[in-house]
Design a protein. Structure first.
Length: 314
């Protein structure tokens, strides 16, 4: 702390940090000399500081006796609040405590799509339960309020395609996504040779109308002048596997959810024959919580579990 800081503190009626420390050390050591040694200052300098302290508080504070520097009643009155102030300043200056998942009962709220409920959430939950059995997870929707929820701390992360989260947010790429077609493994017309564009146009489809990637698919179909014959529309992926496995309908979906449903439900999966732009799944968080230990721990866990490309930027 420099002289200008001291002058500002004095004009505001405040004690500088060095004067608070001096007061505590003289009270503890009963010696100006020992206080100077612990402060790493010369005795004349510390004597000068003591003079300023006496002037600012309007009291002698310490009186020289045969037993050393003894506190006045005013000093006895001030020592407790002075030490409380020093302790508070140390807490303010101390680094954040590391987040300990093993003892935490924190609730984390993560905004994600229903596809991520199937593909990401089970693995995330398993790891969280293994290292933090007291931690609770809550999955929330991605919608127009997601940015506000991240800013206010009502949500910790958003995982998915959320292109409207820009200024004030950090984002980190987790993995790329392209598009595949899901069909019944015993489909009467589509064989193991694959699905061509003619098959895609001829078959009936399931349309998934929810999710932020749908606009990419619809725009690509429009550009390619490919019109699907939609027989069923679903708001998300709930029930999709059961319907595909019992019909001859085709579902065009992002690769990760498609391969997960194919693997767990015995479905066939083919590359989409229509060129659809790929996209990246990212985790997003607000700048306010970039250094918050619990948020950093959760982001780090998602990165270790899901990231295939690392690219953090603001």
């Amino acid at each position: 702390m420099n002289a200008d800081d001291d002058n500002l503190d004095a004009s505001a009626g405040l004690l500088s940090l060095k004067l608070l420390r001096l007061f505590d050390l003289i009270y503890t050591t009963q010696s100006v000399t020992r206080a100077a040694e612990q402060l790493g200052q010369s005795q004349p300098t510390v004597s000068n500081w003591l003079g300023r302290l006496r002037k600012q508080l309007g009291d002698e504070l310490f009186v020289r006796t045969a037993a050393g520097m003894q506190p006045t009643p005013r000093a006895e009155e001030l020592i407790v609040p002075a030490r409380e102030a020093l302790a508070a300043l140390r807490r303010v200056a101390a680094p954040s405590e590391a987040f300990d998942p093993s003892s935490s009962t924190r609730r984390f709220r993560i905004c994600m799509t229903d596809a991520s409920h199937i593909t990401l959430l089970p693995q995330l939950l398993a790891h969280v339960r293994a290292v933090g059995p007291g931690i609770r997870l809550e999955a929330a929707r991605i919608d127009g309020q997601t940015g506000q929820a991240l800013q206010t701390g009502q949500a910790d992360l958003a995982i998915g395609l959320v292109p409207w989260l820009e200024s004030g947010f950090y984002q980190q790429v987790l993995f790329p996504q392209d598009w595949v077609c899901l069909v019944n493994a015993r489909h009467p017309r589509i064989t193991a040779k694959g699905m061509g564009l003619r098959d895609f146009k001829a078959e009936a489809h399931i349309g998934i109308v929810g999710g932020t990637g749908v606009q990419l698919l619809e725009a690509a179909l429009l550009r390619q002048r490919v019109k699907r014959r939609i027989l069923l529309e679903l708001p998300g992926f709930l029930g999709l596997a059961a319907i595909v496995s019992t019909t001859d309908l085709v579902a065009t979906v992002p690769r990760q959810i498609g391969e997960t449903l194919a693997r767990t439900n015995g479905l066939a999966v083919f590359d989409c024959p229509v060129p659809v732009p790929p996209f990246t799944v990212k985790q997003h968080w607000h700048t306010r919580y970039n250094q918050e230990p619990a948020n950093r721990w959760l982001r780090g866990l998602c990165e270790r579990l899901f990231a295939k490309k690392l690219n953090a930027r603001k």
